[in-house]
Design a protein around this ligand. Structure first.
Ligand SMILES: [Zn+2]
Length: 403
């Protein structure tokens, strides 16, 4: 019966706009698990019973049927689900459109001219700027002081993860509003700005975010990848487009897959712009925020082998968990292989301690409620403080890991 429902669902969605479903896979054998992994789905959560939640589009629902995988449908149409929850009347469900974020960036920099600056580090596939805000007392954008360690923060590499941008935005506001203030917050923010160069890219995949605005202006849009559709699919997964083990397991060569890796390492401007920026502003800590599953994950993602800095990752991960409360940390291979991901590149090529922060629990999902996203932003602030504080300290390896 379950298969009949899935078959009907596949048949219906073949002829309409893309629909994303939240599925649960229950592995019945080691062979089934291996088969599931080989198909490079976008895994969002692994449960204690060993079952796996993942997101499937129309192509991937066909793949499930063709391979006879045992799945249940948790949310048939995630976009409709989030749209209903966010209600109507607020642009992007209160998550801010690209234009609104851009105006906000300008106002933040205008209000804090001595500790901020903003520049585009390059344009996206559709020629929109990737705007990075530098926050530091050394606020000249092109003057990178080698004595002040770089800490990098980005959100929305995946266009449907609005909470990621909200978390980074809150961090930026917290730093600016607490600088030179009294009290514990003031002391922390002032010390960080006097000793670190903090680089924030709140909207990484600008084109995908704008596309989600066009298809779902009230929020809840489920497009994940960038907007380079020239390969015949619907874009490239920017989190499989990096150089360490590019093309390996956990990424797909099918342009319709949500983990499609593109035509080569750093083929996409969104990732190559960042790589170029990191070459001249080497990050000591790289903190990339995603949604969801309340997990901090770190290299390696491409192999189950531990990094040479596994102990440092575990120690820092525990600090971030303790401070941010209620989260788990593990190497990203825990979710299965994910070749070509950002954290492996930032660590393996640039030597950064690299974190992929999956913010929020499953009930919050990709588009948390208005109250939940504020809670997450406050909570995750503490993990951002850890990465900023530890940048350049003893846990920073200073040299690339060996891929
Ligand atoms: Zn993501």
């Amino acid at each position: 019966m379950r298969k009949v429902i899935l078959f009907l669902f596949v048949a219906v969605t073949l002829v309409s706009a893309e629909i994303y479903s939240l599925m649960n896979f229950q592995p019945s054998s080691g062979a089934q698990t291996e088969l599931f992994r080989s198909l490079a789905f976008e895994v969002v959560q692994i449960h204690e019973d060993g079952s796996v939640d993942f997101v499937a589009n129309s192509l991937e629902r066909r793949t499930i049927l063709e391979n006879g995988l045992s799945v249940t449908i948790k949310i048939a149409d995630m976009q409709a689900y989030y749209q209903a929850r966010n209600g109507t009347g607020r642009s992007m469900g209160g998550f801010y459109t690209w234009d609104e974020v851009s105006v906000w960036i300008d106002s933040l920099v205008a209000a804090n001219p001595t500790i901020t600056s903003v520049q585009s580090i390059g344009n996206t596939y559709q020629d929109r700027p990737q705007r990075v805000v530098k926050i530091s007392v050394n606020n000249s954008f092109n003057d990178d002081d080698p004595a002040m360690a770089n800490a990098w923060y980005d959100g929305l590499i995946h266009a449907r993860e609005g909470a990621a941008m909200r978390n980074v935005r809150y961090w930026m506001m917290w730093l600016c509003s607490n600088y030179e203030r009294n009290g514990y917050n003031g002391y922390q923010a002032t010390w960080l700005l006097e000793n670190r160069e903090i680089w924030c890219l709140p909207v990484n995949n600008v084109d995908g975010w704008v596309y989600n605005e066009s298809t779902s202006p009230g929020g809840g849009g489920m497009h994940r990848k960038n907007m380079n559709w020239t390969a015949g699919g619907d874009g490239i997964d920017l989190n499989r487009n990096w150089s360490v083990d590019w093309g390996g397991a956990g990424s797909s060569g099918d342009p319709g897959s949500q983990t499609y890796r593109g035509t080569g390492p750093l083929s996409e401007p969104e990732s190559s712009n960042i790589d170029t920026f990191w070459q001249s502003h080497v990050p000591a800590q790289m903190h990339s925020t995603h949604t969801y599953s309340n997990a901090l994950i770190y290299p390696w993602g491409w192999t189950s082998s531990p990094t040479t800095h596994a102990a440092a990752y575990s120690t820092q991960g525990e600090m971030m968990v303790q401070w941010a409360t209620g989260e788990e940390h593990y190497t990203s291979y825990y979710f299965g292989p994910s070749a070509g991901n950002t954290r492996d590149h930032a660590y393996g090529v640039h030597g950064a301690m690299s974190w992929n922060h999956e913010t929020g629990a499953s009930f919050a999902g990709f588009w948390p409620s208005a109250t939940e996203v504020v809670k997450l932003s406050r909570r995750n602030l503490r993990s951002y403080l850890v990465t900023a504080c530890l940048a350049g300290c003893q846990y920073d390896p200073h040299e690339p890991g060996v891929p």
